[in-house]
Design a protein around this ligand. Structure first.
Ligand SMILES: C[S@@+](CC[C@H](N)C(=O)[O-])C[C@H]1O[C@@H](n2cnc3c(N)ncnc32)[C@H](O)[C@@H]1O
Length: 194
């Protein structure tokens, strides 16, 4: 084991790249753990059967030490993890799944509050779901959360869809952005070329 320096590339989230409809179908058969990671509005990466160690990265909102980033590399969306801080050998790698991930889990499971989900967040989510049930869902309103990391966020459109679905890892990148000059994208490209 070796330390990881801040900003260093950690790895790529790999797995089966499947269309959203297939993900919708699979997710109903999966148990509580979700290894689906949305890469754009039409496809997801499923690392349930095929993947690498990045599938074991757990969630932390308060103290993530790495971050996921959806990169457009030569026209293909790929997910890279990068260190947010210096990481010592033996430290658990944690990234922020996004608020919606565990909120949806909470909606599905009784007793979610006991697992640490804040009750008023749950209430807000339920209200949002009720609104999307009764009204038009509108267009995808994905936007940057103001952070440079461009951590994808749940969209209104996804909320309505997720009423019949289980949780996913982060969703909807800013798909028009090209990151080919990003050092992490360059690293991914080098890995693909070798
Ligand atoms: C991508 S998997 C992460 C690896 C998983 N913990 C495992 O051992 O296979 C995502 C699942 O891990 C669990 N998980 C991740 N972070 C968690 C956390 N902070 N608290 C509780 N469960 C968590 C949830 O069950 C979630 O669906």
């Amino acid at each position: 084991m070796e330390p990881i320096k801040k900003d260093r590339f950690i790895g790529e989230y790999t797995g089966e790249v499947i269309p959203e409809a297939e993900a919708d179908c699979r997710v109903t058969n999966y148990d509580s753990s979700s290894f689906l990671f949305e890469i754009n509005s039409s496809h997801e990466i499923d690392s349930t059967q095929y993947g690498n160690k990045t599938r074991y990265l757990n969630h932390s909102k308060a103290e993530p030490n790495c971050v996921s980033k959806v990169l457009l590399v030569n026209g293909i969306h790929r997910i890279a993890f990068r260190a947010l801080v210096d990481i010592e050998p033996g430290e658990e790698l944690l990234f922020n799944y996004g608020d919606s991930f565990f909120q949806f889990e909470a909606v599905e499971r009784e007793g979610a509050a006991e697992r640490g989900v804040i009750k008023n967040n749950l209430q807000r989510l339920k209200e949002t779901l009720t609104r999307t049930e009764t009204g038009p869902t509108g267009e995808d309103d994905a936007s940057s959360d103001g952070h440079d990391e461009r951590r994808p966020e749940m969209t209104t459109r996804r909320l309505s869809k997720l009423q019949s679905r289980r949780k996913r890892l982060l969703v909807i990148p800013d798909s028009d952005d090209e990151y080919s000059d990003d050092p992490v994208a360059a690293q991914l490209q080098r890995e693909r070329d070798t």
